[in-house]
Design a protein around this ligand. Structure first.
Ligand code: ADP
Ligand code: MG
Length: 240
Protein backbone atom coordinates (compact mmCIF):
# COMPACT_ATOMS: atom_id res chain seq x y z
CA UNK A 1 0.00 0.00 0.00
CA UNK A 2 2.78 2.33 1.02
CA UNK A 3 4.60 1.77 -2.28
CA UNK A 4 1.47 2.48 -4.31
CA UNK A 5 0.92 5.85 -2.67
CA UNK A 6 4.54 6.71 -3.13
CA UNK A 7 4.39 5.94 -6.83
CA UNK A 8 1.24 7.95 -7.45
CA UNK A 9 2.53 11.00 -5.68
CA UNK A 10 5.85 10.59 -7.40
CA UNK A 11 4.26 10.67 -10.85
CA UNK A 12 2.15 13.66 -9.87
CA UNK A 13 5.06 15.67 -8.47
CA UNK A 14 7.33 14.67 -11.29
CA UNK A 15 4.93 15.71 -14.07
CA UNK A 16 4.45 19.18 -12.53
CA UNK A 17 8.17 19.68 -12.25
CA UNK A 18 8.79 18.38 -15.79
CA UNK A 19 6.80 21.19 -17.37
CA UNK A 20 9.00 23.83 -15.78
CA UNK A 21 12.18 21.89 -16.56
CA UNK A 22 11.37 21.62 -20.25
CA UNK A 23 10.73 25.32 -20.28
CA UNK A 24 13.98 26.15 -18.52
CA UNK A 25 16.21 23.81 -20.54
CA UNK A 26 15.38 25.97 -23.56
CA UNK A 27 17.40 28.87 -22.10
CA UNK A 28 20.82 27.19 -22.10
CA UNK A 29 20.03 25.67 -25.50
CA UNK A 30 19.29 29.12 -26.88
CA UNK A 31 22.52 30.44 -25.37
CA UNK A 32 24.57 27.61 -26.87
CA UNK A 33 22.94 28.14 -30.26
CA UNK A 34 23.74 31.86 -30.10
CA UNK A 35 27.40 31.30 -29.28
CA UNK A 36 27.76 28.68 -32.02
CA UNK A 37 26.35 31.15 -34.53
CA UNK A 38 28.80 33.79 -33.32
CA UNK A 39 31.72 31.42 -33.66
CA UNK A 40 30.69 30.40 -37.18
CA UNK A 41 29.77 33.79 -38.55
CA UNK A 42 32.22 36.30 -37.17
CA UNK A 43 36.01 36.38 -37.34
CA UNK A 44 37.16 36.00 -33.75
CA UNK A 45 40.45 35.71 -31.92
CA UNK A 46 41.29 32.24 -30.80
CA UNK A 47 40.97 33.28 -27.14
CA UNK A 48 37.41 34.53 -27.68
CA UNK A 49 36.44 31.33 -29.46
CA UNK A 50 37.81 29.28 -26.59
CA UNK A 51 35.94 31.29 -23.98
CA UNK A 52 32.68 30.90 -25.94
CA UNK A 53 33.25 27.16 -26.19
CA UNK A 54 33.84 27.02 -22.43
CA UNK A 55 30.58 28.86 -21.79
CA UNK A 56 28.75 26.43 -24.08
CA UNK A 57 30.13 23.31 -22.46
CA UNK A 58 29.40 24.77 -19.02
CA UNK A 59 25.77 25.34 -19.99
CA UNK A 60 25.47 21.88 -21.50
CA UNK A 61 27.01 20.23 -18.44
CA UNK A 62 24.72 22.10 -16.06
CA UNK A 63 21.65 21.13 -18.08
CA UNK A 64 22.80 17.52 -18.26
CA UNK A 65 23.24 17.47 -14.49
CA UNK A 66 19.77 18.85 -13.82
CA UNK A 67 18.15 16.41 -16.24
CA UNK A 68 19.85 13.38 -14.77
CA UNK A 69 18.87 14.52 -11.26
CA UNK A 70 15.33 14.82 -12.51
CA UNK A 71 15.45 11.30 -13.93
CA UNK A 72 16.76 9.92 -10.66
CA UNK A 73 13.79 11.48 -8.86
CA UNK A 74 11.42 9.64 -11.18
CA UNK A 75 13.03 6.24 -10.60
CA UNK A 76 10.85 3.56 -8.96
CA UNK A 77 11.01 3.36 -5.18
CA UNK A 78 13.04 0.68 -3.45
CA UNK A 79 13.50 0.23 0.25
CA UNK A 80 17.25 -0.23 0.13
CA UNK A 81 19.16 1.93 2.60
CA UNK A 82 22.57 3.39 1.95
CA UNK A 83 24.77 6.19 3.23
CA UNK A 84 23.32 9.37 1.80
CA UNK A 85 24.81 12.85 1.92
CA UNK A 86 21.76 14.87 2.88
CA UNK A 87 23.40 18.20 2.09
CA UNK A 88 24.42 17.08 -1.38
CA UNK A 89 20.96 15.67 -2.09
CA UNK A 90 19.36 18.91 -0.99
CA UNK A 91 21.54 20.89 -3.37
CA UNK A 92 20.71 18.54 -6.24
CA UNK A 93 16.99 18.82 -5.50
CA UNK A 94 17.25 22.63 -5.35
CA UNK A 95 18.74 22.56 -8.87
CA UNK A 96 15.84 20.49 -10.12
CA UNK A 97 13.24 22.62 -8.35
CA UNK A 98 14.63 26.01 -9.34
CA UNK A 99 12.82 26.10 -12.71
CA UNK A 100 9.57 25.30 -10.89
CA UNK A 101 10.23 28.18 -8.49
CA UNK A 102 11.07 30.52 -11.38
CA UNK A 103 7.90 29.56 -13.17
CA UNK A 104 5.92 30.57 -10.06
CA UNK A 105 7.97 33.75 -9.55
CA UNK A 106 9.25 32.45 -6.24
CA UNK A 107 12.73 33.10 -4.93
CA UNK A 108 14.32 29.81 -3.82
CA UNK A 109 17.39 30.05 -1.66
CA UNK A 110 19.59 28.09 0.70
CA UNK A 111 21.05 30.31 3.39
CA UNK A 112 23.64 28.00 4.86
CA UNK A 113 26.59 26.00 3.58
CA UNK A 114 27.40 23.11 5.87
CA UNK A 115 29.24 20.42 3.97
CA UNK A 116 28.51 16.68 3.89
CA UNK A 117 25.90 15.32 6.31
CA UNK A 118 25.69 11.55 6.20
CA UNK A 119 22.49 9.73 7.06
CA UNK A 120 21.42 6.13 6.53
CA UNK A 121 18.42 6.21 4.21
CA UNK A 122 17.10 5.35 0.81
CA UNK A 123 18.43 8.00 -1.53
CA UNK A 124 15.39 8.07 -3.84
CA UNK A 125 13.02 8.39 -0.87
CA UNK A 126 15.07 11.25 0.54
CA UNK A 127 15.00 13.10 -2.77
CA UNK A 128 11.26 12.59 -3.04
CA UNK A 129 10.72 13.90 0.49
CA UNK A 130 12.78 17.01 -0.27
CA UNK A 131 10.90 17.57 -3.54
CA UNK A 132 7.54 17.24 -1.77
CA UNK A 133 8.27 19.87 0.90
CA UNK A 134 9.95 22.31 -1.45
CA UNK A 135 7.23 21.91 -4.06
CA UNK A 136 4.53 22.61 -1.45
CA UNK A 137 6.41 25.68 -0.22
CA UNK A 138 6.68 27.05 -3.77
CA UNK A 139 3.00 26.36 -4.43
CA UNK A 140 2.05 28.12 -1.18
CA UNK A 141 3.73 31.28 -2.51
CA UNK A 142 1.96 31.25 -5.87
CA UNK A 143 -0.21 34.28 -5.24
CA UNK A 144 2.20 36.17 -3.00
CA UNK A 145 3.85 39.27 -4.46
CA UNK A 146 7.44 38.51 -3.44
CA UNK A 147 7.27 34.84 -2.72
CA UNK A 148 10.33 33.32 -1.12
CA UNK A 149 11.29 29.85 0.03
CA UNK A 150 14.33 29.71 2.28
CA UNK A 151 16.10 26.52 3.20
CA UNK A 152 18.44 26.07 6.11
CA UNK A 153 20.38 23.03 7.15
CA UNK A 154 22.40 22.48 10.28
CA UNK A 155 23.57 19.67 12.51
CA UNK A 156 22.79 19.81 16.21
CA UNK A 157 23.76 16.96 18.53
CA UNK A 158 23.87 14.28 15.85
CA UNK A 159 20.65 15.39 14.29
CA UNK A 160 20.41 17.05 10.91
CA UNK A 161 17.88 19.87 11.05
CA UNK A 162 16.33 21.06 7.82
CA UNK A 163 14.01 24.05 7.88
CA UNK A 164 11.88 24.97 4.90
CA UNK A 165 10.38 28.39 5.32
CA UNK A 166 7.97 30.15 2.99
CA UNK A 167 6.05 33.42 3.10
CA UNK A 168 3.04 31.92 1.36
CA UNK A 169 -0.63 31.48 2.25
CA UNK A 170 -0.02 29.68 5.52
CA UNK A 171 -2.46 27.34 7.24
CA UNK A 172 -5.16 27.43 9.87
CA UNK A 173 -4.76 25.32 12.99
CA UNK A 174 -7.29 22.83 11.58
CA UNK A 175 -5.24 22.48 8.42
CA UNK A 176 -1.99 22.01 10.35
CA UNK A 177 -3.66 19.24 12.36
CA UNK A 178 -4.55 17.37 9.17
CA UNK A 179 -1.06 17.47 7.66
CA UNK A 180 0.20 14.04 6.73
CA UNK A 181 -3.21 12.41 6.71
CA UNK A 182 -3.98 10.70 3.47
CA UNK A 183 -5.73 12.66 0.68
CA UNK A 184 -5.75 15.90 2.67
CA UNK A 185 -5.32 18.62 0.07
CA UNK A 186 -6.56 22.18 -0.31
CA UNK A 187 -5.45 22.38 -3.94
CA UNK A 188 -7.68 21.93 -6.97
CA UNK A 189 -5.12 19.63 -8.57
CA UNK A 190 -3.67 18.30 -5.33
CA UNK A 191 -3.35 14.63 -4.44
CA UNK A 192 -2.86 14.94 -0.70
CA UNK A 193 -0.29 12.16 -0.92
CA UNK A 194 2.99 14.06 -0.82
CA UNK A 195 3.09 14.66 2.91
CA UNK A 196 1.57 11.27 3.73
CA UNK A 197 4.50 9.65 1.98
CA UNK A 198 7.02 12.12 3.38
CA UNK A 199 5.90 11.89 7.02
CA UNK A 200 5.96 8.11 6.79
CA UNK A 201 9.41 8.01 5.19
CA UNK A 202 10.84 10.43 7.78
CA UNK A 203 9.37 8.53 10.72
CA UNK A 204 10.75 5.26 9.38
CA UNK A 205 14.22 6.79 9.53
CA UNK A 206 13.71 7.86 13.13
CA UNK A 207 13.29 11.49 12.14
CA UNK A 208 10.59 14.00 12.96
CA UNK A 209 8.58 16.81 11.39
CA UNK A 210 7.28 19.91 13.12
CA UNK A 211 5.46 22.86 11.66
CA UNK A 212 4.69 26.46 12.51
CA UNK A 213 2.24 28.29 10.33
CA UNK A 214 0.42 31.61 10.31
CA UNK A 215 -2.64 32.01 8.06
CA UNK A 216 -1.61 34.46 5.29
CA UNK A 217 1.76 34.75 6.98
CA UNK A 218 3.73 31.71 5.84
CA UNK A 219 4.87 28.35 7.05
CA UNK A 220 7.99 26.81 8.46
CA UNK A 221 8.59 23.08 8.46
CA UNK A 222 11.43 21.68 10.54
CA UNK A 223 12.53 18.16 9.68
CA UNK A 224 15.11 16.20 11.64
CA UNK A 225 17.10 13.19 10.50
CA UNK A 226 19.41 11.12 12.68
CA UNK A 227 22.97 11.66 11.47
CA UNK A 228 25.10 8.61 10.90
CA UNK A 229 27.86 8.19 13.41
CA UNK A 230 30.94 8.17 11.25
CA UNK A 231 34.48 8.89 12.34
CA UNK A 232 35.37 10.04 8.84
CA UNK A 233 33.09 13.03 9.02
CA UNK A 234 34.84 16.12 10.26
CA UNK A 235 33.62 17.71 13.49
CA UNK A 236 32.86 20.79 11.48
CA UNK A 237 30.16 19.09 9.43
CA UNK A 238 28.82 17.35 12.53
CA UNK A 239 28.42 20.20 14.92
CA UNK A 240 27.71 23.44 13.05
P1 ADP B 1 -0.87 18.33 -2.26
O1 ADP B 1 0.33 19.21 -2.41
O2 ADP B 1 -1.06 17.41 -3.44
O3 ADP B 1 -2.12 19.09 -1.92
P2 ADP B 1 0.49 17.38 0.09
O4 ADP B 1 0.36 16.13 0.87
O5 ADP B 1 1.82 17.67 -0.51
O6 ADP B 1 -0.62 17.32 -1.04
O7 ADP B 1 0.05 18.59 1.01
C1 ADP B 1 -1.20 18.53 1.66
C2 ADP B 1 -1.74 19.90 1.99
O8 ADP B 1 -0.95 20.49 3.01
C3 ADP B 1 -1.72 20.91 0.86
O9 ADP B 1 -2.81 20.77 -0.01
C4 ADP B 1 -1.77 22.24 1.63
O10 ADP B 1 -3.08 22.54 2.03
C5 ADP B 1 -0.99 21.90 2.90
N1 ADP B 1 0.40 22.41 2.83
C6 ADP B 1 1.52 21.67 2.72
N2 ADP B 1 2.62 22.45 2.72
C7 ADP B 1 2.18 23.72 2.84
C8 ADP B 1 2.83 25.02 2.88
N3 ADP B 1 4.16 25.14 2.80
N4 ADP B 1 2.04 26.11 3.02
C9 ADP B 1 0.69 25.99 3.10
N5 ADP B 1 0.04 24.83 3.05
C10 ADP B 1 0.76 23.71 2.91
MG1 MG C 1 2.34 18.47 -2.48
Amino acid sequence: LFITYAKNEKMEAVSHVAASLVHEVRNPLTAVKGFLTLIRESPLEREKVESYIDICSGEIQRTEGILSEYLSISKPITEKREVVDLYHQLQAVIDVMRPYANMHNVHLDMDTAVGPIQILANQDNIKQVLVNFIKNAIEACTNVSSGAVTLRMEVVTRKALLTIKDNGIGMSKEQVDRLGSIYFSTKTKGTGLGLTFSYQAIHELGGSVSVRSVPQGGTQFTITFPVLKNENISDHAQTI
